[in-house]
Design a protein around this ligand. Structure first.
Ligand code: 5AD
Ligand code: SF4
Length: 472
């Protein structure tokens, strides 16, 4: 048994990160034969991608994917810690699984992994109050799943294995990609920014960049397999390579990935601190790097930004924002937190001013959620929830207005769309524009899996409607 330890998780050792290779655990071979699994994923793309690894490892062990969790022999919850409601959802699901286990499926095996597994308090609760959970593993030891699962099957005891010291980088974990045309590629793990509200540096550990050769090998393989889009993933992709001894950085990697000629390259998430002019030049130079940047601002008040430990002021953010706007047709999205401890009406007004200046093409807005173990959770917070909610609604009204405006600008224009499949709207196809806007349109099934021109005929707040032109 190995439990999470926050003291360890907070440390940043100078030790070099070692690269390991995934080895199939022969002892666990066939433990999944004639059994089905269901993986439920919460949170960000990083978790979604981890679930793609988890599913592939399970299938190597003989499991097959169940269509719904009620029919599965094994259910794994891949959890998120970012805000309290993510926690509540996962605990709510554990309650439902308990019911399933006691009422209709006595042999159900339940596992929990992801960011919540890295939290001391969560694991203590699971040991005390959720004894029916069969196993827990963390974000640093996903590759150990076959071993952990085998232990849980053999011993019939609760198995907990969570590493708190940042893991090495494990290459070669199998992957079952959720999408046939778009793929996630990790370029780095962890985060060293320690924004004061954020749990990620604890749950995902020290920043570790992946070897460029491994990344390019993976992208080249995806090109050969016919993938049309890669998203380079990391908590703070602009800091890629800062932990290396050489000077190969994100702008170099982005350029090398663009040169593989994969039709579409995206990257996320960016921190304003590490966004270089060189990166902007590379984005402009390569038409296959999509003109779409996610640049979380978090607040428009320099005072609050300082308390958040973001290391930039409102003015510095705007300076970078203006530079990014020089990328032709770029769409810029953001994240904003309202109700950070000590945020006054005046600070909030500054956030609104910034939003009115930037007119973001998309924005994710949140109420501050204190996360145990982070510095901001200890700050005095006098603002009531009602006030925070009012701020959020007011902010949402304004950001929504700009989403609609951003979509309306495309009316009558032709946009490039990667056609992913059938829309939820009957009889229509759907896909994403280069700027990552969802579009539903009339067109022939043969267009699925292609990048085509679509004329925009209607613009809504959250999506576009259109009509397919000829294929590319
Ligand atoms: N409370 C509210 N929002 C948070 N985020 C991160 N931590 C918190 C928190 N404690 C938001 C930030 C980040 C996004 C992924 O989630 O806006 O960019
Ligand atoms: Fe969290 Fe800040 Fe790191 Fe983003 S940059 S993961 S908000 S600590």
């Amino acid at each position: 048994m190995q439990l999470p330890d926050y003291k360890e998780a907070r440390k940043r050792s100078k030790e070099e990160i070692k690269k390991e290779y995934y080895v199939f655990d022969q002892d666990a071979a066939n433990i999944g034969l004639n059994k089905t699994y269901f993986v439920k994923t919460y949170g960000c793309q990083m978790n979604e991608h981890d679930s793609e690894n988890i599913k592939a490892m399970l299938e190597e062990l003989g499991f097959t994917e169940a269509e719904e969790q009620e029919k599965a022999d094994l259910v794994i919850l891949n959890t998120c810690s970012i805000r309290e409601n993510a926690h509540n959802k996962a605990f709510g699901m554990l309650g439902r699984l308990k019911h399933l286990k006691t009422e209709s499926n006595k042999n159900l095996v339940i596992g929990l992994c992801g960011c919540m597994a890295q939290e001391e308090k969560v694991v203590q609760d699971i040991m005390k109050k959720y004894k029916y959970v069969n196993f827990v593993f963390g974000t640093h030891n996903i590759h150990r799943l076959p071993y952990i699962l085998n232990e849980a099957f053999k011993t019939k005891k609760q198995v907990i294995e969570v590493f708190s010291k940042e893991g090495n980088i494990t290459e070669g974990i199998p992957v079952k990609r959720a999408n046939k045309y778009k793929a996630f590629v990790n370029i780095m793990y962890g985060c060293d920014k320690f924004c004061t509200y954020c749990i990620v540096p604890f749950t995902r550990g020290k920043q570790r960049s992946r070897d460029k050769d491994d990344i390019l090998k993976e992208v080249n393989k995806l090109v050969k397999e016919g993938y049309l889009e890669v998203t380079l993933l990391g908590q703070n992709v602009n800091a890629y390579g800062k932990d290396f001894d050489n000077d190969y950085r994100m702008e170099n990697l982005l350029e090398d990935v663009a040169k593989t000629n994969i039709p579409r390259v995206r990257f996320m998430t960016s921190h304003p601190w590490d966004f270089t002019d060189g990166m902007i030049e590379v984005i402009k130079k390569y038409p296959n790097i999509m003109p779409s940047v996610h640049l979380p601002v978090q607040s428009g008040s320099s005072r609050v930004l300082k308390l958040m430990g973001r290391k930039y002021s409102k003015e510095e953010y705007i300076e970078l924002f203006d530079k990014l706007r020089t990328i032709p047709n770029v769409c810029i999205s953001t994240d904003i937190i309202v109700g950070f401890p000590s945020e006054e009406e005046q600070d909030f007004e500054e956030t609104l001013d910034l939003v009115n200046y930037c007119k973001f093409d998309n924005a994710y807005t949140f109420i501050f959620s204190p996360r145990e173990g982070t510095p901001a959770a200890k700050l005095e917070d006098k603002t009531t929830l009602k006030e925070k909610e009012e701020r959020l609604y007011k902010l949402n009204d304004i950001v929504n207005k700009y989403f609609l405006e951003s979509n309306q600008k495309l009316l009558g224009k032709e946009v490039d769309v990667l056609v992913e499949g059938h829309s939820e709207k009957e009889g229509l196809l759907c896909g994403y524009t280069d700027t990552n806007k969802l579009i539903n349109f009339e067109g022939d099934n043969s267009l699925i899996g292609k990048i085509i021109k679509v004329e925009v005929t209607d613009a809504k707040t959250w999506s576009l409607d259109g009509k397919a032109k000829d294929t590319k």
